[in-house]
Ligand binder design. Structure first.
Ligand SMILES: Cc1cc2nc3c(=O)[nH]c(=O)nc-3n(C[C@H](O)[C@H](O)[C@H](O)COP(=O)(O)OP(=O)(O)OC[C@H]3O[C@@H](n4cnc5c(N)ncnc54)[C@H](O)[C@@H]3O)c2cc1C
Ligand code: FES
Length: 276
């Protein structure tokens, strides 16, 4: 199957499965109608186009070892384009460009401990990391996922947590508990603060609201984890996805090309810059 696609030309992909994750979030499974995009790395994103509505950046949330050109993407309905994508039923044809950006560099965590911290829809670009680790569990040390959500019903992929827990440690916390919630209540930084880590042997991947990433990174720095071993995923408005238009500029970085994943050493001063 050819994987050569023009970066500015949307490639038609058909929705074959739509799985509701929460009240406002759904995962689409997409298969190429003709040519497929190139294989992706965990942490990369595509530009997803809903015909007649528009195009937005969405992380790839599926298994990075997939070689049949299919994609899984998890979309939270927040505005016109994401609402149209979120509502796409099986049979709908969407345009897809990509994959774009630097990923998490999961390889760098081989032989080391890995701490994954996700807030809300921030778990979407981290799911490929979890799947890559599960597929090759013996190559990693201790792996801990700390996931936060507004309520228990707001966790993405919650039907997969049971399977993940067999291989990695999964700690979940919510802002607002439901009556049957027996887990933790509070920010992800609370279980993170209690976590014992071996600083020189640990890599951390963080994705979620920027204050969450900042506070989580600070907690890890206090434990002695070096900034270069902490990676965050940064979101800014994307248009071309190919480093040409400048819309995604954040300080010296063009996030579609130099990000969205960046070392905390580079990202820390930029997290203070507000999006215009
Ligand atoms: C690299 C990258 C990866 C992304 N991955 C995903 C993903 O996997 N899944 C996903 O659902 N989204 C993801 N996003 C965010 C997504 O691109 C935006 O939600 C989308 O652009 C919104 O476009 P819209 O036209 O639907 O809404 P707009 O009309 O642009 O926005 C409507 C309202 O929602 C607010 N809003 C916009 N984005 C967000 C947001 N992320 N969270 C909360 N409120 C917001 C706006 O401020 C505005 O008030 C990603 C963004 C980037 C840059
Ligand atoms: S989105 Fe155009 S330069 Fe990054």
């Amino acid at each position: 199957m050819s994987t050569e696609t023009e970066p500015m030309l949307p490639t038609p992909y058909r929705v074959v499965l739509r799985t509701a994750q929460t009240s406002d979030t759904a995962t689409l499974r997409l298969v190429p109608s003709g040519r497929a995009l190139a294989p992706f790395r965990a942490g990369q994103f595509t530009m997803l186009y809903a015909r007649g509505v528009g195009e937005v950046a969405i992380s790839i949330s599926g298994d990075p070892s997939t070689r049949d050109g299919s994609l899984e993407q998890t979309i939270r309905a927040v505005g016109a384009v994401s609402r149209a994508l979120h509502a796409a039923e099986p049979g709908t044809v969407l345009g897809v460009r990509g994959p774009f950006g630097r990923g998490w560099d999961v390889e760098s965590a081989r032989g080391r401990d890995l701490v994954i911290v996700a807030g809300g829809v921030g778990l979407a670009p981290l799911r490929p990391v979890v799947l890559a680790v599960l597929a090759d569990r013996a190559s990693y040390g201790r792996v801990v996922l700390i996931a936060g959500a507004r309520t228990p019903g707001d966790f993405l992929y919650r039907h997969e947590f049971g399977e993940w827990t067999g291989s990695i440690e999964v700690l979940r916390t919510v802002d607002r508990p439901a009556p049957d919630w027996t887990g933790e209540v509070g920010f992800v930084t609370e279980p993170l603060a209690r976590l014992a880590v071996v600083p020189g042997h640990t890599v951390a991947f963080l994705c979620g609201p920027e204050p969450m990433m900042r506070f989580s990174a600070q907690a890890l720095l206090r434990k002695g984890v070096p900034p270069a071993a902490i990676r965050v995923s940064l979101e800014r408005n994307m248009q071309c996805g190919t480093g040409l238009c400048g819309h995604c500029q954040l300080g010296p970085l063009l996030l579609c090309r130099d990000g969205p994943v960046a070392d905390y050493a580079r990202a820390e001063p930029l997290l203070l810059v507000r999006e215009l």
